[in-house]
Every structure is written in C-alpha cells, then in structure tokens.
Design a protein around this ligand. Structure first.
Ligand SMILES: Nc1ncnc2c1ncn2[C@@H]1O[C@H](COP(=O)(O)OP(=O)(O)OP(=O)(O)O)[C@@H](O)[C@H]1O
Length: 278
C-alpha cells in the first residue's frame, strides 16, 4: 500500500477524546481535526476547556480515552525519536509569552536550540537573529530583556521562540490578548505572513472576534464538552446554540464583521494577504 500523501494527511486528528481532572470531566467524545495550512480558531466560554484541549494536543496532558494522530500516525505508536521529532514540529506561544525574564530576547530564542540541537553558539545566534527579523522585531531588540519590551514586542519575542525549531504546527493561546487594536491587527497579519513563509498550520485559542473574522479559515466551537460546530465563520455564526448565538450575535461580533479586515468582505484569505502586501 502507498504511504499516505503528507500534503493530504491532517497534521492533527483527535477522535473520541475524554479528558478529566478527578471527577471533573472537561471533554467527552470530542473529535477534532486540522488540515495542513489552515488557520483554525478555537472558541468557547471561559472554563470550557480550550487550554486543556490545546495542552492535550501538545501532549502536555494525557487524555483518559480517545485517539490522537499526528500526520496520520497514532501518538501511542510513536517511538522515542518520532516523539521527539513531533515535539519539535509543534511550536507554542503561551499567554503572556512565557519568556525567561533573566535572559535577553536572543537568549530566550536560543533556549530550544540549545535543548534540541548540537550546533555552535555563533550559528544559534544567527538563527535566533533570523527569527527576530521574521517576527518583525528590530535587530537591536536581540539584547533587550523582557522587562524592556512593550506588550506587543513581548508577544513577538515569544512567537520568535516558538518558531525557533521551525515547527510545522503553531499553537497560539490568546495571542492578541492585551494588545491594542492596531497591535492586534499587526499580529494577525504577521501570523498570515508566517503561515505563508513557513508553510505553517495554526491553531489559535482566542476570544478576539476581529482575529477570527480576519484570519481564520475555520472556527471550532467548544461547548458542552465537545466541538459542537466546526466550519467557516459564516456557518458557525448561524449555529443554533445559546452560547454561539450570544457570542456571534452580540454587538461586538457585529462590529468585527463590519470592519474592512473581515475576510468575508474581502473574499477570503488570499485577498487579505494581498491587501497586507504578502
Ligand atoms: N491542572 C488542572 N487541575 C484541575 N482542573 C483543571 C486543571 N487545568 C484546568 N482545569 C479545569 O479545566 C476546566 C477548563 O479549563 P481551561 O483553562 O481549559 O478553560 P478555557 O476554556 O481555556 O478558559 P478561559 O477562556 O477562561 O482561559 C476548568 O474548569 C479548569 O478549572
């Protein structure tokens, strides 16, 4: 039998997932899949289990039941080398950037390189500086400490670190939280640019309606312990569930939909990319 074409094998596929903390069930019979090259938004009420799902997909939390597949392979069947390679293939930007305060931006980005590669300090510095450039930080920021950075710069530095190992899948937990609208829009644009440049698949947990409208190909809604609807935003927004209707039918959603960056009004991501000069 021919090996599955990696281009058409979902980087992540989860079936029948059950996660719980003691008696507290967070996900039950949860199915989720993300296609290569997609930017997917994951939304749901506070405490619905978005971060726990992200951690489960990252391998940080073991599900109590269900199957996780990465690029077609069952996680449970991976050997140690494949498990390590999978870890390197997944970059994550946690809320707040999670930078080491005692290290400079460059040193922060070098941390994963030191952990996973046997290369000279000079080469690591060079790679770190390339990532600094890719995320749109000025070269001088390499020697700054996190305390010296603005909120937006911290996010970019965290993003640069999450890209240090050239992952195939990028997880973003509330990437635009705490940014002003201009900074948030610039960050969204950057994600699209990086998706193109690095052939990334992106899963973004977010409450930011503007980001959903601007850059997500599909949106997954986590309610009642599972993914209740997973489709284009236009379809999801019409889904008949009280939380979905409250979230997408509110004034903030209508305002986001009316902004010029809204994908629908720009006829898709290609137009968005063209408009952003990418
Ligand atoms: N380590 C843990 N031990 C016990 N319960 C946990 C743990 N981590 C998360 N939970 C519980 O899991 C549930 C889902 O939490 P999670 O952080 O995934 O929600 P969320 O959807 O990301 O919420 P928010 O949007 O507010 O960040 C919550 O009830 C939380 O208390």
């Amino acid at each position: 039998m021919d090996a599955p074409d990696p281009k058409h094998t979902p980087p992540i596929s989860a079936t029948g997932i059950l996660t719980q903390f003691g008696p507290n069930i967070i996900h039950e019979n949860l199915d989720f899949e993300i296609n290569r090259g997609e930017v997917v938004g994951l939304v749901g009420g506070s405490g619905s289990g978005k971060t726990v799902l992200m951690n489960t997909l990252l391998g940080l939390k073991e599900p109590e039941a269900g199957e996780l597949r990465y690029f077609g392979k069952r996680r449970a069947d991976l050997n140690a080398d494949e498990e390590m390679s999978l870890k390197n293939d997944m970059g994550v930007l946690f809320q707040g950037g999670a930078l080491f305060s005692s290290l400079t931006v460059r040193q922060n980005i070098m941390v994963p390189l030191i952990e996973h590669h046997d290369m000279s300090q000079d080469l690591m510095r060079e790679l770190a500086d390339m990532k600094i450039h890719m995320v749109g930080l000025p070269p001088e920021s390499a020697i700054l400490y996190p305390a010296d950075l603005s909120g937006g710069m911290k996010k970019r530095a965290g993003l640069a670190r999450s890209l240090a190992l050239d992952p195939q899948i990028l997880f973003l937990d509330e990437p635009t939280a705490g940014l002003d609208p201009i900074g948030a829009h610039a960050f969204d644009t950057l994600i699209l640019k990086l998706r193109e440049a690095m052939d990334l698949t992106v899963l973004m947990v977010t409450h930011d309606l503007d980001s959903l409208y601007a850059i997500c190909d599909r949106v997954a809604v986590l309610v009642d312990k599972h993914i209740a609807v997973y489709d284009s935003l236009d379809v999801v927004a019409k889904y008949d569930h009280p939380w979905v209707q409250e979230y997408f039918g509110g004034p903030r959603s209508r305002a986001a939909m009316a902004t010029p960056g809204h994908k629908k009004s720009m006829k898709g991501a290609a137009s968005m990319r063209a408009a952003a000069g990418l």
